[in-house]
Design a protein around this ligand. Structure first.
Ligand code: PLP
Length: 461
């Protein structure tokens, strides 16, 4: 992002920002000798020094190695306790190791987890997902990426069409078709940065348009070759981009008219309520994916189909086995099912959302007040139990606008400042999620530290 100066708004001195970030990173290195030593050690055996490449993308220069995570608190190997608003980027929306899930997982593991047979928990979980999301027939896998991938294949199989449509700035996990973006405002599609060794260029499989643009949607669907639209109900992976009033109605109507399946990915918007955005706003997708949070941190992905879609699929005479590269041995395993049952029955309940959503509102309001008091041209957006601040005066309307306001320098400073004071938000942008155990005092602590970081930023000598 270029300068932040807007008329009447406080401006950021970039040299001062760089000096503050350097100070915070030095303090981080000093404060975390054990994590630093472990990172040096893992650098000798793990690619990039971490078990999963994105784990190194933290502002301090190396990741904290954690010892224990419980509820909304993380303790690292250097003995520091953190208020965790990152919550595993949604994987721990139920809080870390919630008691009911921990007990169910322990019980189930001791009684076996993978036998090529279902358990009674599958019956309960299936009924609960139908109740929450209104989709009629469910399947399970181990990641939300896989859930999306399977639905794209089902959509292509059912429609006989090759193309999928996604939105600029989307992220749907490791789905190759979605690794595409627009090259600037009004630009042409291009593979996304970091799209390694794709099987085919995503421009061959995928149409990409801006969110909230009904005309572009109509045009993209017009040739009649799009098998499905894969969409988050609100974009959450390029900051938050909310749908404008009427957009979901248009999306539903235009996809139905074009014979294109509408697939909603609720992996992150599960923060909206027990049935995700779909349940909270009474949407009617043809299929839906969810993952990460619903088994309390035990691997799971799930996808649901509308009855007509499920019947059509079975009616094509397909054999739902794995020889066609569809399925996985541990998908739907008894441990995932037991964890999902316990989490949905006892943790991510209506009562929990009734607590966490107002906490996110308190978080958003606290940050908003701090921003306004300092006349910073920044804004905050909330989706249920999740809130996020960004560095523009008004929220972006699509992925392109959202990409344009990205400010990695400010992100790095704020994230490191927060880390050094025991507060953790999601590393890639500024998302904060409320766990069932998060308290108003935790939220206020973040606001205080955020305000102090902003004050230092504006206090140019
Ligand atoms: C909207 C959305 N869908 C799918 C995924 C993929 O989830 P997983 O990493 O569990 O495959 C993500 C991951 O962040 C996501 O944000």
């Amino acid at each position: 992002m270029s300068g932040l100066a807007q008329s009447g708004a406080a401006a950021i001195d970039r040299a001062h920002l760089a000096a503050l970030t350097a100070r915070e990173q030095a303090a981080f290195a000093e404060r975390n000798p054990r994590s630093r030593a472990l990172f040096e050690r893992t650098g000798r055996t793990l690619l990039g020094g971490v078990p999963m490449c994105w784990m190194s993308l933290w502002a301090g220069g190396f990741p904290l190695f954690f010892e224990e995570a419980r509820g909304n608190t993380i303790t690292d190997v250097d003995g520091h306790a953190y208020l965790d608003f990152c919550l595993g980027d949604t994987g721990a929306m139920a809080g870390h190791a919630p008691e009911a899930t921990a007990a169910a997982v322990e019980r189930r593991y001791r009684r076996g987890t993978t036998a090529m047979l279902p358990t009674a928990d599958a019956a309960w979980v299936g009924e609960e997902l139908v109740r929450r999301f209104g989709l009629d027939a469910w399947q399970f896998c181990l990641t939300a990426s896989d859930a999306n991938r399977y639905l794209l294949r089902i959509a292509r199989h059912l429609t006989g069409r090759s193309q999928v449509l996604v939105f600029n700035g989307c992220y749907h996990g490791t789905v190759e078709e979605a690794a595409i973006e627009l090259d600037g405002p009004g630009g042409a599609p291009r593979p996304r940065h970091g799209n390694l060794g794709p099987m085919v260029d995503p421009r061959e499989t995928t149409r990409v348009i801006e969110f909230n643009d009904v005309d572009a949607l109509e045009q993209a669907l017009a040739p009649g070759d799009v098998a499905c639209v894969l969409a988050e109900p609100a974009l959450t992976n390029i900051g938050i981009v909310l749908p404008e009033p009427g957009y979901h109605e248009a999306l539903r109507e235009l996809t139905a008219r074009a014979g294109t399946l509408l697939v909603l990915d609720e992996t992150h918007t599960m923060s909206s309520g027990p049935g995700g955005w779909t349940g909270a706003h009474d949407l009617r997708p043809d299929a839906l994916t969810v993952g990460k949070s619903i088994a309390g941190g035990i691997p799971i992905g799930a996808y649901g189909l509308r009855r007509e879609v499920a019947d059509a699929l079975l009616g094509t005479g397909v054999e739902l086995d794995d020889t066609g590269a569809f399925g996985s041995t541990l998908g739907g395993n008894a441990l995932s099912m037991a964890a999902a049952r316990a989490t949905l029955e006892h943790v991510l309940t209506e009562e929990t959302y009734a607590r966490t959503i107002p906490l996110a509102a308190r978080f958003a309001q606290g940050v908003r007040d701090a921003i306004e008091a300092r006349r910073l041209p920044w804004h905050v957006v909330q989706i249920g139990a999740r809130a996020e601040y960004r560095f523009s005066a008004t929220p972006p309307r699509d992925g392109g606008e959202s990409a344009a306001i990205a400010d990695p320098e400010l992100d790095a400073y704020l994230h490191c400042y927060l880390l050094n004071r025991g507060v953790l938000i999601t590393p890639f942008h500024n998302m904060a999620l409320m766990a069932p155990t998060t308290t108003a005092a935790d939220v206020d602590r973040h606001v205080d530290v955020f305000a102090a970081a902003a004050d230092e930023l504006l206090a140019v000598a």
